[in-house]
Design a protein around this ligand. Structure first.
Ligand code: SF4
Ligand code: SF4
Length: 198
């Protein structure tokens, strides 16, 4: 996703613009100040998101004091996951001889790093992973997080035990697995891996 240009990011996130729950919006305009894409306007004292301009970055969601901005948790998220790996695949094909992937499994917060705020880690720090395979390293990362003991001070609701799916516990409407399945299907890498600890 990071390698996509602005038009690419728009295409990636198209159909995932959040929406404003009218009954909760006070028209305070805080969300307008946080949107870098001028995608929110005030109409009849209520915020309205202009879908054609919205890139789906979600920056407006946590800043709304009324909790009035909501994500559309529907099948469109699977489409975003697929498009994300397809963009990665295009870049990977051009540069794979020069690519090494590094995942830092430290300070693992419950939400995406594009949010303007962070939250308490959901599991203790695990370490740093290296791989030449972008799919294997992500699969290993998911597995290591889910195998870890969940932290009771985090947003986890009940998946504290080792082996329980921490991501589905926090985001029950978003399944992470289609992204890795699609990545493997199109040849970006393999979900099989051997973990060598050093
Ligand atoms: S921040 Fe929330 S309450 Fe304020 S205008 Fe935006 S949607 Fe409405
Ligand atoms: S999701 Fe991002 S681009 Fe869309 S309205 Fe919110 S802040 Fe603006």
């Amino acid at each position: 996703m990071g390698c996509a240009n602005r038009e690419g990011k728009l295409s990636l996130h198209s159909n995932v613009a959040p929406y404003v729950q009218k009954r909760n919006c006070t028209g305070c305009q805080i969300c307008l100040r946080w949107c870098n894409y001028q995608a929110i306007v005030i109409k009849d004292k209520i915020a309205v998101i202009i879908e054609e301009k919205c890139v789906g970055c979600a920056a407006c969601i946590p800043v709304c004091p009324e909790g009035a901005i909501k994500n559309r948790w529907d099948a469109s998220y699977e489409d975003v996951q697929k498009r994300t790996v397809e963009y990665a695949f295009a870049v990977f094909n051009e540069k794979k001889e020069k690519m090494l992937f590094i995942n830092f499994l430290t300070n693992i917060s419950p939400a995406c790093d594009c949010y303007s705020t962070s939250d308490a880690p959901i599991v203790p720090d695990i370490g740093i992973l290296l791989s030449y395979d972008p799919v294997a390293i992500d699969q290993a990362s998911v597995d290591l997080v889910n195998k870890a003991q969940g932290l009771r001070t985090s947003r986890l609701k009940k998946a504290f035990g080792p082996g329980q799916d921490k991501f589905k516990d926090i985001w029950p409407d978003v399944d992470w697995e289609p992204q890795l399945q699609h990545a493997e299907k199109i040849g970006l890498g393999t979900r099989e891996y051997e973990l060598i600890r050093i």
